[in-house]
Design a protein around this ligand. Structure first.
Ligand SMILES: Cc1ncc(C[n+]2csc(CCOP(=O)(O)OP(=O)(O)O)c2C)c(N)n1
Ligand code: SF4
Length: 427
C-alpha cells in the first residue's frame, strides 16, 4: 500500500517503539475509510509520539504537554463539521497531565478520536512513571516498580459519556480497531498498550507486552459502543468569523505569474517588515493570486529580527512558510543573521536582495545590492526592496503593487510616496 498521509519511510522513533505501529496503522486505517489529506486534522501532544506530526501531510497542530485534547476540542467545535476527522495523539504522560480535558471532551461528545500511546512511562524525558504505569512496572527513575495500579482511563472516559472506547494491544495489524474508532461521530478513544524499548524494556528485562498486560490485570476490550449525540456548535456558541470583510480583495489586475514564488523578507523589529509583507501579498490578491504570509519574530517583539515568509501562487497553497525561498530580501544586520540558514543553502536560482550597508555573505544566490536604507530610511527599506523586485522580475504589474501601497498605512508618509514615485514610477 502506498503511503498517502505519512511522507517518509523513516519514522522518527527508536527501533521497536510501539509508536511506529500506531503511526503506520493510522495511515492504513485512514485509507480504509477513504479519507483525504484535507479531511484529517491531527492534533499531537508533547512527547515522542508527538514528533510524528512533521511526517504527516494532513493538517497538524502540536500543542503543550497534556493539552492536545483541549486544543482538539477547540478545533472540533470551531470547524463544526462531523465529516472532518480530528485525531488526537497523546502519550500516557500527557493523558495523566490532561485527564480533565479527556473527561470534558468525552462528556461533551466533541468530534474526535483520541489515541493514547500507553507505553506506561514518560518516554521522551527518560522514562519517569506516569499515572498509567502498572503496579510493579519498573522505570529508570522507579527501580523498585510502581506501588499502585495505573488509572483505568477507558473505564473513566466511558463513565464520562464517551460513545466508543476500546483498549487494544499495539502489536501487529491494529488498523481495523483504529478505523472502527475513527469512523465514529462524537467522542471516541482507543488506548493502545505498547512498549518503549529504550526505557521500558531496559528497566524490565525480558518483558513481554502481552504477558505484562495479563499479569497486571489490564483488560483488553471494548468499554463503550453506543450512539451518543455528537457536539454541534450552535450559532449562539459560534465565534464570529476571523476572516474580516476587509480581507476580501477582489481581482483588478492581471499577472503573468504561472508558478508559485516564495519570498523570505528579513529585517529588524520596528522597521516595517510585516507591513511591507502585508502590502505585497495584498497586491498579489489584487492580481487574483493565492497568497500566504507567515511572520517570525522573537517574543520580545520590539527588538531583534522581524521576518516574513510569503508565497504567491496561481494555484491554491496548502501550507505556510517555505524552507527554500526563491527570493531572500535582507534589510538589516538582525535580518542578515536570521536569514543565514536560507542564504547558506541558496542555489544559483535564488535571488538575494540585500542592503548595501551589510557585508555581503558568501552565497551561491544571484545578488542585487542597493542602498535601500540610506535612500528610503530604515523604516521603508523593505517596501523599496519589494518595489525593486517587482521592477526587475515583473511578476506583478507595478500598477497593482502601487494601488495597494496607496491604500495602505505605509503611504501615509508623503515623503515615501514621493520617493517611490521618483524612483520606481518615473520611467
Ligand atoms: C507541562 C509539561 N511538563 C513536563 C514537560 C517535559 N516533558 C516533555 S516530553 C515529556 C514526556 C512525555 O511522555 P508521554 O506523554 O508519555 O509521551 P512519550 O514520550 O512516551 O511518547 C515530559 C515530561 C513538558 N514539556 N510540559
Ligand atoms: S524513547 Fe521510547 S517512546 Fe521514545 S521513541 Fe524511543 S522507544 Fe519510543
Amino acid at each position: 500500500m502506498e503511503n498517502k498521509f505519512i511522507n517518509t519511510d523513516t519514522l522518527p522513533f527508536c527501533s521497536g517503539c510501539g509508536h511506529s505501529t500506531i503511526s503506520r496503522n493510522t495511515e492504513k486505517a485512514l485509507q480504509k475509510l477513504g479519507l483525504g489529506l484535507l479531511d484529517v486534522i491531527l492534533v499531537t501532544d508533547i512527547g515522542c509520539h508527538g514528533i510524528i506530526d512533521k511526517a504527516f501531510d494532513s493538517h497538524t497542530v502540536h500543542g503543550l504537554h497534556g493539552r492536545s485534547v483541549a486544543l482538539a476540542s477547540g478545533v472540533s467545535a470551531g470547524i463544526n463539521n462531523p465529516d472532518k476527522k480530528v485525531i488526537v495523539f497523546i502519550g500516557d504522560g500527557g493523558a495523566t497531565i490532561g485527564m480533565q480535558h479527556l473527561l470534558d471532551a468525552a462528556h461533551n461528545g466533541y468530534n474526535m478520536t483520541v489515541v493514547i500511546h500507553n507505553n506506561m512511562l514518560y518516554g521522551m524525558t527518560g522514562g519517569q512513571p506516569s499515572g498509567f504505569t502498572p503496579e510493579g512496572f519498573k522505570t529508570p527513575t522507579l527501580p523498585d516498580g510502581a506501588a499502585h495500579p495505573g488509572y483505568d482511563i477507558c473505564g473513566i472516559v466511558a463513565e464520562a459519556g464517551a460513545g466508543y472506547v476500546s483498549r487494544i494491544t499495539g502489536i501487529g495489524d491494529i488498523s481495523g480497531q483504529l478505523a472502527e474508532a475513527f469512523s465514529r461521530k462524537g467522542f471516541s478513544l482507543v488506548e493502545v498498550m505498547e512498549i518503549c524499548p529504550s526505557y521500558g524494556v531496559k528497566s524490565n528485562p525480558g518483558m513481554k507486552l502481552k504477558a505484562l498486560i495479563e499479569e497486571a490485570g489490564i483488560e483488553i476490550k471494548v468499554y463503550a459502543d453506543k450512539e451518543v449525540p455528537a457536539y454541534r456548535t450552535t450559532e449562539h456558541d459560534a465565534m464570529p468569523s476571523l476572516l474580516s470583510e476587509g480581507l476580501v480583495i477582489e481581482k483588478e489586475f492581471e499577472t503573468k505569474l504561472d508558478r508559485p514564488v516564495r519570498l523570505f523578507l528579513s529585517g529588524s523589529a520596528g522597521e516595517g517588515v510585516q507591513s511591507a509583507a502585508s502590502m505585497f501579498i495584498k497586491a498579489g490578491m489584487r492580481c487574483g493570486l493565492h497568497v500566504t504570509k507567515k511572520g517570525s519574530y522573537p517574543v520580545t517583539v520590539g527588538v531583534g529580527f522581524s521576518a516574513s515568509n510569503l508565497i504567491l501562487s496561481p494555484e491554491p497553497i496548502l501550507y505556510t512558510g517555505a524552507p527554500h525561498p526563491d527570493v531572500i530580501a535582507v534589510t538589516s544586520a538582525d535580518g542578515l543573521k536570521f536569514a543565514k540558514k536560507f542564504i547558506d543553502t541558496a542555489t544559483e536560482d535564488t535571488l538575494l536582495i540585500i542592503d548595501s550597508s551589510l557585508e555581503l555573505p558568501e552565497t551561491r544566490a544571484k545578488t542585487i545590492e542597493h542602498h535601500f536604507r540610506e535612500h528610503f530610511g530604515a523604516r521603508n527599506a523593505m517596501v523599496a526592496v519589494l518595489y525593486e523586485y517587482i521592477r526587475q522580475s515583473g511578476i506583478l504589474p507595478m500598477e497593482g503593487l502601487h494601488t495597494q501601497f496607496l491604500s495602505g498605512h505605509l503611504s501615509k508618509s508623503d515623503k515615501l510616496k514621493q520617493q517611490i514615485a521618483e524612483t520606481f514610477l518615473s520611467e
